[in-house]
Design a protein around this ligand. Structure first.
Ligand code: F6P
Length: 326
């Protein structure tokens, strides 16, 4: 394996708070180790179009606290074609990039794995997604900030729910994973969470209502994961209107507010540790791994595991919500 003299870094897929802290960490840890850093603009798209910038220490000043990504991000269909990947590889060669750090979610890291598989070069991934759906890491970069946003929004909606004795469905992001809904419900003291992981096993809405989630309360808040499998907040509200017309039901879809904003201290720390670990991993000769954090320790998760195993949701948390919402 050749010596690594220049590391390329890119963000791909949906932006998440803390991506900037990760870019900063990759940049500074590389420079600290005497390695040149290049930022690729707009993810894989930028590799195809050749949008590459040199990153120096001062280029990543004053960004640890900023949401979004200074490198911009995109989802590139072209990169998934053989031709697109070849053009991306030509850019890497032209720019003298020996190794890549890819910050993104499942799709982005899968792209990295395939790319490195075809052209045989070192790549390390950082889990950058608010969804927290990557196997092998307790947290992903952006999850904590999104969770706090959900908690704050739910706190506000509770004022109206309780003033009007209403049932609110609050739809949160997560794609096909229920982590945000589940942890958001606990953090905000919601009466229920409806998540895709168990949607095919039980009728969660009927369960909630039959278990008397209004035994001692006149209002209730249920966090719903956006997945089609749950029916989404709109679908559930429609069901309530016909099956349980006694409830005054309302829907709030939080949407992209969950992706933005200044990262929490936790996300900044996670991103900084992971970014530095990515550089160490590359210098240690590791490749095809995702950096994770498990039990507070940095771990190196082979892509084959991180991308092909399902991260299990903690079902005990549903019991906690039920127990605490009486
Ligand atoms: O993966 C992050 C995420 O925010 C998901 O939770 C959501 O389903 C999706 O991205 C939305 O993507 P877009 O911003 O492209 O609409």
């Amino acid at each position: 394996m050749g010596e690594i003299r220049c590391i390329g870094v890119l963000t791909s897929g949906g932006d998440s708070p803390g991506m900037n802290a990760a870019i900063r960490a990759v940049t500074r840890a590389s420079i600290y180790n005497g390695i040149e850093v290049k930022g690729i603009v707009r993810g894989y798209k930028g590799l195809i179009t050749g949008e590459v910038v040199s990153l120096k220490t001062q280029d990543v000043s004053n960004i640890v606290q900023r949401g979004g990504t200074i490198l911009k991000t995109a989802r590139s269909a072209e990169f998934q074609t053989g031709e697109g990947m070849q053009t991306a590889w030509q850019t890497m060669q032209r720019e003298g990039i020996d190794a890549l750090v890819v910050i993104g979610g499942n799709g982005s890291l899968s792209g990295a794995r395939e790319f490195a598989g075809v052209y045989d070069f070192p790549v390390v991934g950082l889990p950058g997604t608010i969804d927290n759906d990557l196997y092998g890491t307790d947290v992903t970069i952006g999850y904590d900030t999104a969770l706090n946003t959900i908690m704050e929004a739910t706190d506000k909606i509770r004022d109206t729910a309780s003033s009007h004795d209403r049932l609110f469905f609050i739809e949160v992001m997560g794609r096909d994973a229920g982590f945000l809904a589940l942890d958001g419900a606990i953090a905000a003291g919601a009466e229920g969470a409806i998540i895709p992981e168990i949607a095919t096993e039980v009728d969660q809405l009927a369960d909630l209502i039959q278990n008397g989630f209004r035994k001692s309360k006149k209002s209730s808040i249920v966090l719903v994961a956006e997945s089609e499998i749950t029916g989404g907040a709109m679908g559930l509200a429609e069901r309530v209107k016909t099956e349980y017309p006694q409830y005054d039901v309302r829907v709030t879809i939080l949407g992209h507010i969950q992706r933005g904003g200044s990262p929490t201290a936790n996300d900044r720390i996670v991103a900084s540790r992971m970014g530095a670990a990515a550089v160490t991993a590359l210098l240690d000769g590791q490749r095809n791994v995702m950096i994770g954090i498990e039990n507070r320790q940095i771990v190196y998760v082979p892509f084959s595991k991180a991308l092909h195993m399902d991260k299990e949701i903690d079902r005990d948390k549903l019991d906690i919500i039920k127990t605490l919402s009486i």
